[in-house]
Write a protein that binds this ligand. Structure first.
Ligand SMILES: [Ca+2]
Ligand SMILES: [Ca+2]
Length: 680
């Protein structure tokens, strides 16, 4: 430092600083606009929550950490300037064009006046994990015990998934992770490799995806119990893991491997009590679910009594930025039709992802931008079925030599206290990590009532889920349903209803109520408290699902309903309250179906509208549906394991539909118009 003084380099620096300061002062002196306009322009660069903080601050000298979005790279002069006047330049993120600066609130506007600073956002604490998932879904509350009738006494409790087997068809589950232990034994009760690669021990996860997926469903979090910032326990921490490895060390597999794994799960379901299969994977939709081999395999598993939970996919948006939200984060162009296969199968429970925004409360949750939207390609079915937390989930890290932790070294979470085990958790995002939250919830439901069939489980989950209160920009009910399904999973409600259903529900005759003789739905306390907020499921959005009909008072098992026009509601068809199918066909309150079941109030059903269960929404919905014929294909690469794609990655295999495609819909709204509806 001493040597630098007087050197030519030092003199150059000093003059550069002075020049820079002159420019800085000049910028605020030579104003063409009126002062009010100029202030407005400056304020526009500051994220709304930061602006609110500045305006509401008692003490303007309070320090805050902000992220500066820069026009170019920082020069030496910029760095010195940023390190003056009480500002501290903490870090530079050159590849993304951001810098982190600590400064007093009083200095924020001065920085925003700079031409080379595009935007200033607070460095928000966004911290989601299995802990948030467990609390915000109500799983923690459900496990402690549910009070079905609201009399203050717990009626069903001690739920932890014990005895229920969940099969993970994935990249393997690392048996060496202590969060899957029970005493000295492992809860990974079976491990089979269908990738037939040589030289790898069975029971390993050499990619790092499957272990993270399994951790969300049933990691017990013991490694994080002390010494970590959170308690990273899964939803059903005593459930058994059946690891069926179908994805290789790059997270890629063949459809045949996945089918072999499903086949194995069906054959061995009684040995390991496999009640759930989790498929956090998917590929492009090439054909109708009626003929697709993977969908057929999923249906076989469901018919055999196994609940199949599938991730919706991470193709909910393009990389085109169409605006910025209140927090200053980019809003991307939304894509419809991005549900992957086998999430397009009507018998699967297809799960989209929410962003919990790092809080336990549900009221600020939104659907993650990347979460695939419906309708399904070719068949035009409404998907996803529901949503669960999937953004920035801290979950179990494979203990084997693996690819994913090498690709995402910064995502590995370390303890905050010495002595705690290191390199055992990783932060991952995507619908891959939303699906296992539902799989874990299903394990709790089946523990509460082992006689539930897959269609009952699905109907209960969809009926008890709630639309996200923060998602208010849907143009209609259909738009809402293809974005969030019936809404965010509510495990407290699902456990209450599962516990209320009769214990031999699978043997109940057609047309019979599944509740005990003297009980109706109104006897159940349908207001839960989750993270201090009241969650009301008094009026479920689901009316009918796969042979289960739910009206105001009862939940029925029923073979199918034939409408006057000959249309039959049967497997795979969902009816939701308030849903508009097409012109004039509105499901709402009060319609009586032909065979005498009253749904609710107000069903409008004009005659002569041809609707079949293969009805597609081509002429009802907007553009930007992905065209399966434009997908780059490789016969050896039919499935891509859906990697942890944060907010910044793009669909690797999918291209967008063009107007020559037979699947191009007559648009009611363009993607851009649609996006504007979402923008606020
Ligand atoms: Ca009670
Ligand atoms: Ca939240």
């Amino acid at each position: 430092m001493v040597k630098l003084i007087g050197s030519p380099r030092f003199r150059a620096l000093v003059s550069a600083i002075l020049f820079g300061l002159a420019l800085w002062l000049g910028a605020s002196l030579t104003v063409d606009l009126t002062q009010a306009q100029a202030d407005d322009e400056v304020d526009k660069k500051i994220a709304v929550d930061l602006l609110d903080k500045i305006k509401g601050a008692q003490n303007r000298s309070e320090r805050i950490s902000v992220l500066l979005q820069l026009r170019g790279q920082l020069t030496t002069v910029d760095r010195l300037l940023l390190n003056s006047l009480g500002r501290i330049l903490r870090r530079e993120f050159n590849s993304v064009g951001y810098a982190e600066v600590s400064l007093p609130l009083s200095q924020v506007r001065a920085l925003a006046e700079r031409q080379d600073i595009l935007r200033i956002s607070p460095d928000r604490i966004v911290w989601e994990s299995n802990e948030v998932t467990r609390i915000t879904t109500g799983a923690d509350a459900a496990r402690a015990g549910v009070d079905i009738n609201g009399d203050g006494k717990v009626d069903s409790g001690g739920l932890d998934g014990r005895g229920i087997g969940i099969a993970f068809v994935d990249s393997g589950v690392s048996m060496g992770h202590i969060d899957f232990g029970i005493g000295s034994k492992s809860r990974v009760v079976a491990s089979v490799d269908f990738t037939s690669q040589d030289g790898r021990a069975v029971g390993q996860d050499d990619y790092g995806h499957g272990t993270g997926v399994a951790g969300v469903a049933c990691g017990d979090g013991r490694a994080s119990r002390s010494g970590y910032a959170g308690f990273y326990q899964g939803i059903a921490p005593a459930a058994n893991v059946i690891s069926l490895k179908a994805l290789d060390s790059n997270g890629v597999g063949r459809v045949s491997n996945v089918i072999a794994a499903i086949d194995w799960a069906i054959k061995n379901r009684f040995i390991y009590n496999i009640r759930v299969i989790n498929l956090s994977l998917g590929g492009p939709v090439f054909e109708s679910y009626r003929t697709d081999p993977l969908c057929r395999a999923v249906e076989r598993a469901v018919d055999a009594g196994i609940v199949v939970v599938v991730s919706a996919g991470n193709f909910g948006r393009t990389n085109i930025i169409i605006g910025y939200d209140r927090e200053g984060k980019p809003i991307y162009q939304t894509v419809y039709g991005g549900i992957t296969c086998p999430g397009n199968d009507p018998k699967a429970i297809t799960v989209g992802a929410t962003n919990s925004r790092g809080t336990y409360r549900r009221s600020d949750d939104t659907v993650a931008s990347y979460s695939s939207r419906g309708p399904t390609l070719i068949d035009g079915l409404i998907k996803p079925d529901l949503v669960a937390p999937g953004n920035r989930i801290i979950t179990t890290l494979t203990q084997d030599e693996a690819v994913l932790p090498r690709q995402l070294p910064g995502n590995i979470q370390q303890p905050i206290k010495q002595g705690a085990p290191k390199n055992v958790y990783i932060e991952l995002s995507g619908t891959s990590f939303a699906a296992p939250a539902v799989s874990g919830a299903v394990a709790l439901m089946l523990q509460a009532n082992p006689s539930l069939t897959p269609s009952m489980v699905k109907a209960i989950l969809k009926y008890t889920a709630q639309p996200l209160p923060a998602e208010t920009n849907f143009v209609n009910e259909y738009h809402s349903l293809i974005t969030q399904g019936t809404g965010l999973i509510d495990v407290v409600a699902a456990a209450k209803l599962s516990s209320s259903v009769v214990q031999r529900a699978d043997r109940a005759p057609q047309g019979q109520s599944l509740l005990p003789e003297d009980m109706t739905l109104s006897d159940i306390d349908r207001v839960d408290v989750i993270a201090g907020e009241k969650v009301n499921w008094d009026r479920g959005r689901l009316l009918y699902q796969d042979g289960i009909l739910i009206n105001k008072n009862q939940i029925y098992k029923i073979k199918g309903i034939t409408f006057p026009g000959g249309f039959t509601l049967a497997d795979g068809f969902t009816l939701a309250d308030g849903f508009t199918l097409a012109d004039g066909f509105t499901l709402a309150d009060g319609f009586t179906l032909a065979d005498g079941f009253t749904l609710a109030d107000g069903f409008v059903y004009p005659e002569g509208i041809p609707i079949s269960d293969a009805f597609t929404f081509r002429n009802v919905w907007g553009s930007s549906v992905i065209d399966p014929h434009s997908i780059a294909q490789s016969t050896s690469l039919l499935i891509t394991g859906l990697r942890s794609v944060g907010e910044s990655s793009s669909p690797p295999l999918l291209a967008f539909i063009n107007s020559n495609s037979p699947y191009y819909p007559a648009p009611l709204l363009s993607a851009y118009e649609m996006s504007k509806c979402l923008k606020k």
